[in-house]
Design a protein around this ligand. Structure first.
Ligand SMILES: *[C@@H]1O[C@H](CO)[C@@H](O)[C@H](O)[C@H]1NC(C)=O
Ligand SMILES: *[C@@H]1O[C@H](CO)[C@@H](O)[C@H](O)[C@H]1NC(C)=O
Ligand SMILES: *[C@@H]1O[C@H](CO)[C@@H](O)[C@H](O)[C@H]1NC(C)=O
Ligand SMILES: *[C@@H]1O[C@H](CO)[C@@H](O)[C@H](O)[C@H]1NC(C)=O
Length: 418
C-alpha cells in the first residue's frame, strides 16, 4: 500500500512539472509578438521571402522560423468558426490600378484592408512608373504588426505584347488594365480587384469567402450598378448590351481567374466561343464608339452573353453615392450596414457628399497603433452629425453600423505595449 502511495506521489509531481512546463512555453510564445514587432530588418526581410505569391498556403502546424511572427499572430486570434481551415490558410490576393493623383487614396484603401483583416494579404499594385517609389516608401513605413500582414508587388501598367500599342491608343492606359489581370497574373488563382476609391469597413476575408459560394459555372462576382431600374444608368442610356436589369458595377470585382482563363465565352462577334484573351480586342473594336464607362461596359457586355458565369453580391458590398443621394435604396445596407464603401465620382475629395468624405478622412487620418474606437469611430460619428443636411447624411448610421463592430476586433488584436 505504501509503495502504491509513493508511486502515486511521484506521478503527481511529474504531472505538476509537465503542467508548469507547458505554461512557461505558452507564456513565452505569447510574449514574442510584442517583442518581435520592432523594425527588425532581418525578420522583415525573412518574412518577405517566406511564402509565395501563388498558392502560398501556410501550414499552421509547422511554422518555419521566418514565419514565427505571423504564426504568433495567427494563434492569438480567435478562430473564425464560419471559415473552414482550408479557406483560412489561403493567401488572399488584392489588386488595384493607380494612376494620376491616386496615391493617397490607394494607400487609404490598403490601410482599411489591413486594419480590419486578420489574414495575410498579397497586394498587386499596378501603377504609373512615377508612383512606384512613393508606394514602396509609404508601405515600408507602416509599423511592423500591420506591415507584416501584407506583401506587395508593384507593377508598371502593361498590356499583352501583341496589342499593347492599340490598347494604349484606344483607351486611357489605366482604365483597361484590370481587364488583363487574368492574363498578366497567370500564377494567381483568385483575386479581388478594387478601385482606388474603395474602403473596407469589414474584413477582406468576408468578401473573399464569396469565392467558396460560387457554383460550378461562376467565375466572377460583382454588385448591381443600381438597385432601381427606373433611375438606373444602363437601363436608360446604354447603347450596348449589359448584365441583368440594371447592369453591374466593376469597382469591387472578385474573380476566380483560373476559371476565367479556362472558359470559352459566348459573344456577339463570332459564332464560336472565345477565350478571355481573344475576346477583349474584338469586343473593344466593336463597341468602342458606344461605351461610356470604359472597361466596366465591356464587362457588362461579356456577362450579358455569359450570365451563368456571374455571381451577384448585394449592394452593401459596393455602396456608392447612388445608394443614398436620391434617398436610401440599398435595402441590405439598411439592415446590416455598409460593408465596403465606394466613393466614386471623386466624393472623397469634394464637398458634394460629406458623409462619404467623412469616412475617408477618418480612416486616412487614423494612425496605426492608436485605439480605433476612440481615434477612428468616435471622431467619425461626431463628424457625421454635421452631414444631416444631405440625403446620405440622413442614413449616416449605415456608414458606421458594421464599422463599429470591425473596430472592436482591431482593438483586441492590437499588440499591447505599442
Ligand atoms: C511576397 O511576394 C513575393 C513576390 O511575389 C514572393 O516572392 C514572396 O514569397 C511573398 N512573400 C509572402 C510572405 O507571401
Ligand atoms: C477556382 O477555380 C478552380 C477551378 O475550378 C478551382 O480549382 C479553385 O479551387 C478555385 N479557387 C477558389 C479560391 O475557390
Ligand atoms: C451603337 O449605338 C448606335 C446608336 O444607338 C446603334 O445604332 C448601334 O447599333 C450601336 N452599336 C453596336 C455595336 O451595338
Ligand atoms: C450558377 O448560378 C447562376 C446564377 O444563379 C445560374 O445562372 C447558373 O445556371 C448556375 N450554374 C449552375 C451550374 O448551376
Amino acid at each position: 500500500m505504501r509503495r502504491y502511495l509513493r508511486v502515486l506521489l511521484v506521478c503527481m509531481v511529474f504531472a505538476l512539472i509537465s503542467v508548469l512546463y507547458v505554461f512557461s512555453q505558452l507564456a513565452s510564445s505569447l510574449e514574442t509578438p510584442a517583442g518581435a514587432s520592432g523594425s527588425d530588418p532581418q525578420q522583415r526581410a525573412a518574412f518577405h521571402r517566406g511564402g509565395s505569391a501563388h498558392g502560398g498556403r501556410k501550414a499552421p502546424g509547422k511554422p518555419g522560423p521566418e514565419d514565427q511572427h505571423w504564426y504568433n499572430r495567427y494563434i492569438m486570434r480567435k478562430p473564425d468558426s464560419a471559415e473552414s481551415g482550408r479557406a483560412r490558410d489561403e493567401l488572399m490576393h488584392l489588386a488595384v490600378v493607380a494612376c494620376g493623383q491616386r496615391l493617397q487614396e490607394t494607400l487609404t484603401m490598403l490601410k482599411s484592408a489591413v486594419l480590419f483583416s486578420g489574414r495575410q494579404l498579397h497586394v498587386h499594385i499596378f501603377a504609373e512608373d512615377q508612383l512606384h517609389a512613393s508606394f514602396k516608401e509609404a508601405l515600408e513605413m507602416w509599423p511592423a504588426p500591420f506591415r507584416s500582414r501584407l506583401n506587395y508587388t508593384v507593377y508598371p501598367i502593361t498590356f499583352p505584347a501583341e496589342n499593347a500599342k492599340e490598347w494604349k491608343k484606344l483607351f486611357k492606359p489605366c482604365a483597361s488594365q484590370r481587364l488583363f489581370l487574368p492574363i498578366i497574373l497567370k500564377e494567381v488563382d483568385s483575386l479581388l480587384y478594387v478601385d482606388t476609391d474603395i474602403l473596407f469597413l469589414r474584413p477582406v476575408e468576408d468578401m473573399w469567402a464569396f469565392l467558396a459560394r460560387f457554383n460550378s459555372s461562376q467565375m466572377a462576382a460583382m454588385a448591381p450598378e443600381h438597385e432601381d431600374p427606373r433611375i438606373a444608368w444602363y437601363s436608360r442610356f446604354a447603347r450596348h448590351p449589359y448584365y441583368g436589369k440594371t447592369g453591374i458595377n466593376s469597382g469591387v470585382m472578385l474573380m476566380n481567374m483560373t476559371r476565367i482563363r479556362q472558359k470559352l465565352f459566348k459573344n456577339d462577334m463570332t459564332p464560336v466561343a472565345l477565350k478571355w484573351e481573344d475576346l477583349l480586342m474584338p469586343l473593344l473594336q466593336k463597341y468602342k464608339l458606344n461605351i461610356t464607362w470604359g472597361d466596366q461596359d465591356l464587362l457588362n457586355i461579356i456577362f450579358h452573353h455569359n450570365p451563368e458565369s456571374l455571381f451577384v453580391f448585394p449592394c452593401q458590398w459596393n455602396y456608392r453615392p447612388d445608394h443614398c443621394i436620391y434617398g436610401s435604396n440599398c435595402v441590405p445596407a439598411e439592415q446590416e450596414g455598409v460593408f465596403i464603401l465606394h466613393g466614386n465620382r471623386g466624393v472623397y475629395h469634394d464637398e458634394k457628399q460629406p458623409a462619404f468624405r467623412a469616412v475617408y478622412e477618418a480612416i486616412q487620418k487614423f494612425k496605426f497603433g492608436d485605439d480605433p474606437v476612440h481615434s477612428l469611430l468616435g471622431p467619425l460619428e461626431e463628424r457625421l452629425l454635421g452631414t444631416t443636411h444631405t440625403y446620405c447624411g440622413r442614413v449616416r448610421h449605415l456608414f458606421t453600423k458594421r464599422l463599429a463592430q470591425s473596430v472592436t476586433t482591431v482593438h483586441m488584436d492590437t499588440p499591447k505595449g505599442r
